[in-house]
Design a protein around this ligand. Sequence first.
Ligand code: ADP
Ligand code: MG
Length: 349
Amino acid sequence: MIALEGISKTYPKSTTPAVQELDLQVPEGSISMFIGPSGCGKTTTLKMMNRLIEPTTGRILLDGDDVTDVNADELRRRIGYVIQQVGLFPHFTIGDNIAVVPKILGWDRNRIAARVDELLHLVGLEPKDYRDRYPRQLSGGQQQRVGVARGLAADPSVMLMDEPVGAIDPITRERIQDEFLELQQIAKTICFVTHDLTEAVKLGDRIAVFGPGGTLQQYDTPDMILTHPANEFVAEFVGAGAAVRRLSLLELSRLELQPVDLDGTAASNGSPTYEADAQGRPVRWAYLPGTADLPKLVTVPRTGTVYDAVDVMLDSQTELVGVVDEQQKLQGALWWRDLVEGLTTKAGS
Ligand code: ADP
Ligand code: MG
């Protein structure tokens, strides 16, 4: 876990702080996205975490250790850092660029070579094709991946990423984001600066919204940021359309759905009841509370989003949709009125 306690930074010769009284905790294995207007202290905050700059006041704990007590090599091993400009060394091969930190740490050649190949593989660049090339022989997106591989080289427990996919075209960007979500399953603790709210919502477990003078305006789940902005600044920042944006980001698997019963099995407790075919797949509604007029049973996979559910409801002109799992078994129902009255997400998701 990373904990910032009362962190402030005023640069020399500056009269106003770049970061002010920052208290923030990033739980182990989670991603926190830093977002906010330019100049509000996001980069400064990351650089204090890996001690490229020293805070003026406050302390930073990494798994309980004050980072100022950890020596620089040890910190480099524990923290990977990826910056927007990539910063690959032009005269080093891709392999040598990735190997920078392991070399500093004195790993032997075989171990370094194996690690380089493993990482190239991980970021989707075939080692034998890319290992010996130079940065200029790669596209911007590919260089970006090399930057990520380099950040991961010494298997750090923490990754700091400063707009790592900022300068990339939208399609490559989306692919990298998806790959990144897979990468994260290595259970890294990640702080990730972005200027893109959609990216923040997609990738983040939590979002930190920074404001003028390096003040933290809100630190919360994407859902809460979008639906309960803490103040005018955050409301303005997330902007119009936040509620609709949330629909396309909220996965059905995260919702508390209305329970449904298979017809003729459970004792009726007023839940919607459906009939199923021999494989247990839903066929039609048998009973719905409060109405004798049974609509067609339409379904949407639980891997879809609320937006998909709305689409199905509008398309089939029904007020409810069944949510099915990968085996087409009905998991529950979502009503139109739930959307209007407010969706409830499951605890802890
Ligand atoms: P962000 O990453 O959110 O755009 P920064 O952390 O880069 O913001 O900058 C925060 C503030 O600190 C800005 O006002 C910026 O001009 C100032 N700043 C950043 N780096 C330095 C520096 N090395 N010396 C003096 N001021 C700096
Ligand atoms: Mg910055």
